[in-house]
Design a protein around this ligand. Structure first.
Ligand code: SAM
Ligand code: SF4
Length: 487
């Protein structure tokens, strides 16, 4: 484990701090730091650490890359589209570098953890000063110090995957927080680049996680999402008799009005104990409350394709996990990920996926066109033509959109507890938030509600969101339940 306090007192950190002081003295402002994040929640959490480190060194965060002396792109490699987008935006940084001699341009994260991409960027983008992967965000001070001292570019392929504790974090939200509980992945699904770019699975010590959660709840945080590529296998290799279910139980012992979410779960590791813990701590009076929402990636409804994906469960096992969750928590909301057009997927395999969607009736899903990833086994398998993939993708979307629309109608007239997140992107007069089942809810209300829980009576529902009006609190909910039980 690396200790941040030791790193901070290190001469590299002191060197960057001195640079920031000198810059402020000569420019009348502190140097700016701009970060752009691509990809998943784990990357967002990593970016919050990088931003925390930059601020602790003396940079100020800016939303405007033109006002930055340090620009970082934290990239994704899960699909080619994400890589191409990051590369195209990197191209646009050339003119900023030309205009600002103080600017340091850095590209980091999953894309850079791939050797071929690191070399590509190094050779084709001479104005990129700094390249580093996912392994060691805590080394940012020494990377910057090396550039400031030598004036030369720095390239740092991932070397060691130890966990650094105590890093400063600059959180994007004051009431919603990501808490990484583990890093890396051991599963090696044949389509996936994650184990290659994020290393082997490693869990944080429970006391470090609990301390972070305790601090967040004490500071009034209303929603905490526990993050990991496979949270269900938390603790493997670290503890004998302590896993994700036990960690959740410990978190639920910290009193506070906060929702606890987690992602992502792997179907092969959903244990009866985990289901029991969720059932025990997701009741209306639970504080904190594990949300009644479970994201369980399916990837394919065909057992043959699941085997080719190395998912280590079949259609029946997946369905049995869903049945067990619904038996213990009847009103749990379920969401999933599906990959369309995995190599060798036939019409019959795809029909199995469609039929599983009809059988389970997920509340929401994320669907992805299969994207071949260099170095993964599936990239070398027989590919499905793009036109076939596109047609299947459209059919999948049509099926799930219909189901989501139908399921959302069941909210009509109900009173939902909503965590208010901000104003609506499409209508500034509306506030927007999510209920515990992660449904988007719009309603009219005062901006002072942002960051608070509010009760909203649902008046209309479409495929992607619910719209309603502010309502009375729990008594209205109780009355509403009473009415429904007498219907
Ligand atoms: N660890 C999680 C899991 O097992 O589901 C999430 C990992 S991944 C970042 C998120 C989703 O991206 C996966 O569930 C999968 O559906 C999708 N994905 C991963 N590799 C992909 C690929 N090569 N092409 C298309 N989708 C992919
Ligand atoms: Fe990728 Fe599979 Fe690991 Fe998820 S479980 S990160 S899909 S290898």
């Amino acid at each position: 484990m690396n200790d941040w306090n030791q790193i901070l007192s290190d001469s590299d950190a002191a060197c960057v701090e001195r640079y920031c002081e000198a810059f402020a003295a000569s420019h009348g402002r502190r140097p700016g730091f701009y970060i752009r994040t691509f990809g998943c929640q784990q990357n967002e959490a990593d970016s919050e650490k990088l931003a925390g480190i930059a601020v602790s060194l003396g940079y100020v965060c800016t939303e405007d890359p033109e006002k930055a002396e340090l620009i970082l792109f934290n990239t994704c490699a899960v699909r080619e589209h994400a890589e191409l987008k990051a590369l195209s935006l990197t191209g646009q940084l050339k003119h900023l570098k030309a205009a600002n001699p103080d600017l340091i341009v850095g590209i980091c994260g999953c894309m850079v953890s791939q050797e071929h991409r690191l070399n590509d960027i190094k050779n084709k983008y001479p104005y990129v000063d700094l390249l580093f992967g996912t392994a060691s965000p805590e080394k940012l001070p020494s990377y910057l110090a090396a550039i400031l001292k030598s004036g030369r570019r720095g390239f740092y392929p991932d070397a060691d995957y130890r966990i650094a504790e105590g890093l400063p974090i600059r959180r994007e939200s004051r009431f919603k927080a990501w808490v990484s509980i583990m890093y890396g992945c051991n599963n090696f699904c044949t389509y996936c680049v994650v184990p290659y770019v994020r290393g082997r699975e490693r869990s944080r010590r429970r006391e470090d996680i609990l301390e972070e959660v305790r601090g967040l709840i004490a500071a009034g945080c209303r929603e905490i999402t526990l993050l990991g590529q496979n949270v269900n296998s938390y603790g493997h290799g670290l503890y004998e008799d302590y896993g994700f279910a036990e960690l959740l139980e410990d978190i639920c012992r910290i009193p506070g009005d906060c929702w606890i979410r987690f992602m992502t779960s792997h179907p092969k590791d959903v244990s009866p104990k985990l289901i029991d813990v969720i059932a025990a701590h997701s009741g209306e009076d639970s504080r904190p409350k594990i949300v009644k929402q479970f994201h369980l990636p399916l990837q394919s409804g065909s057992s043959r394709v699941l085997k080719a994906m190395n998912r280590r469960y079949d259609r029946e096992t997946y369905l049995s996990r869903i049945a067990a969750l619904r038996e213990a928590i009847p009103d749990i909301a379920l969401s999933t990920d599906v990959i369309v057009g995995f190599p060798t997927e036939t019409d019959a395999d795809f029909a199995d996926t469609l039929s599983l969607l009809e059988e389970v009736r997920f509340d929401a899903f994320f669907s992805f066109l299969y994207s071949p990833r260099r170095g993964t086994p599936a990239a070398g398998m027989e590919q499905v033509p793009e036109s076939v993939k596109a047609a299947r993708f459209a059919a999948l979307l049509e099926t799930q959109n219909r189901i989501s629309f139908e399921k959302n109608q069941s909210y009509l007239g109900r009173i939902e507890r909503v965590l208010v997140e901000g104003t609506s992107k499409t209508d500034e007069a509306l506030l927007t938030g999510r209920n515990e089942k992660n449904r988007l809810v719009h309603f009219k209300g005062d901006g002072s509600l942002i960051g608070q829980f509010a009760f909203v009576r649902i008046l209309s529902a479409d495929t992607y969101c619910l719209t309603g009006e502010l309502s009375d609190g729990p008594s209205a909910i109780k009355e509403d339940k009473l009415c429904r039980s007498h219907r």
